[in-house]
Write a protein that binds this ligand. Structure first.
Ligand SMILES: Nc1ncnc2c1ncn2[C@@H]1O[C@H](COP(=O)(O)OP(=O)(O)O)[C@@H](O)[C@H]1O
Ligand SMILES: Cc1ncc(COP(=O)(O)OP(=O)(O)O)c(N)n1
Length: 271
């Protein structure tokens, strides 16, 4: 089983390409990569971005796709409209399931997607997307809606479905709710996934890890709902057993899922 991530490098190892290939590896999937940008980053924040040219992004993508039997693809930090256009031109020719994590801003507040790139993300990538996984601020930017409660989350998700994604997961990491509730919508299905919210500062890379786990699970042949629910277990365990490394907001623990033998209760309810 082989998956591909198209994303930025996090020198601190907790998010981006590094989180993705660690997650793939832990889930038994061989990871290939297309790097869109290098970030000078650690647990204290993103200190610099060095972008790759759109042409070289396209070259990496074409090389990987022509040689490997890729079962699923995810995108993370894409940074610019030009990089999105270059990637979309190649992805449009494929029928491989695509998980789009619309990474926009790091938890420290640094920009990982230029404002001018949002339109390209919506127009060029969402129509090719199998599952889009925005957090609440990202869903607000994609839809132009203000999201205050679960009704707003459903309206935003349905709007993103209309933009072309087959499924949408609105992640609950950024709500004030007691539990971490993610809301999943397809054209004919809707459910919530609930785990207890952990009181922790070690959440660097949660979104990357979650979307990478979905991508790996698709490569393993899971149905879309199974891939999403199993990924929630992976990220919940990664948050629950922090590594306590770095002096800032630490990374999640990609070893935890296998160390805990995947044991994690996720409450799934119809929405
Ligand atoms: N403190 C927490 N406790 C438990 N789960 C969390 C916590 N923070 C985030 N999550 C979960 O991690 C996943 C990623 O969500 P989120 O942190 O919102 O993504 P992002 O990194 O894109 O902002 C979701 O499944 C979310 O519910
Ligand atoms: C290179 C790179 N890509 C993505 C992110 C954002 O990661 P995310 O999982 O959304 O969470 P935080 O890192 O913001 O905690 C990143 N920081 N770097």
């Amino acid at each position: 089983m082989i998956s591909l991530t198209i994303a930025g490098s996090d020198s601190g190892g907790g998010a981006g390409i590094q989180a993705d290939i660690k997650t793939f590896q832990e889930l038994g999937v061989f990871g290939t990569t297309v790097i869109t940008a290098l970030t000078d980053q650690n647990t204290k924040g993103v200190h610099g971005v060095f972008k790759v040219t759109p042409q070289f992004v396209q070259q990496q993508l074409s090389s990987v796709l022509e040689d490997f039997s890729i079962k699923s693809i995810k995108t993370g930090m894409l940074y610019s409209a030009e990089i999105i256009e270059a990637a979309a031109a190649v992805l449009r020719e494929q029928k491989i399931p695509l998980v789009l994590d619309p990474v926009m801003i790091a938890k420290g507040g640094e920009k990982l997607l230029q404002n001018s790139a949002v339109e390209a993300l919506i127009e060029q990538l969402l129509p090719l997307t199998t599952i889009c996984t925005p957090n609440i601020p990202e869903a607000e930017v994609l839809t132009g809606m203000s999201i205050k409660d679960s009704k707003d989350m459903e309206r935003a998700a349905r709007s993103i479905l209309q933009m072309g994604s087959d499924w949408v997961v609105i992640k609950g990491g950024h709500t004030g709710e007691k539990d971490a509730v993610d809301r999943v919508y397809g054209h004919d299905a809707a459910f919530t996934m609930t785990t207890p919210r952990k009181k922790t500062d070690h959440t660097h890379g949660t979104g990357c890890t979650f979307s990478a786990a979905i991508t790996a699970n698709i490569a393993k042949g899971y149905t879309i709902p199974e891939a999403i629910i199993e990924a929630k277990k992976f990220v919940h365990l990664a948050i629950s057993y922090p590594l306590f490394i770095g002096s800032g907001k630490g990374p999640t623990n990609h070893f935890a899922f296998n160390q805990q033998k995947g044991v994690c209760e996720v409450v799934v309810n119809e929405a």
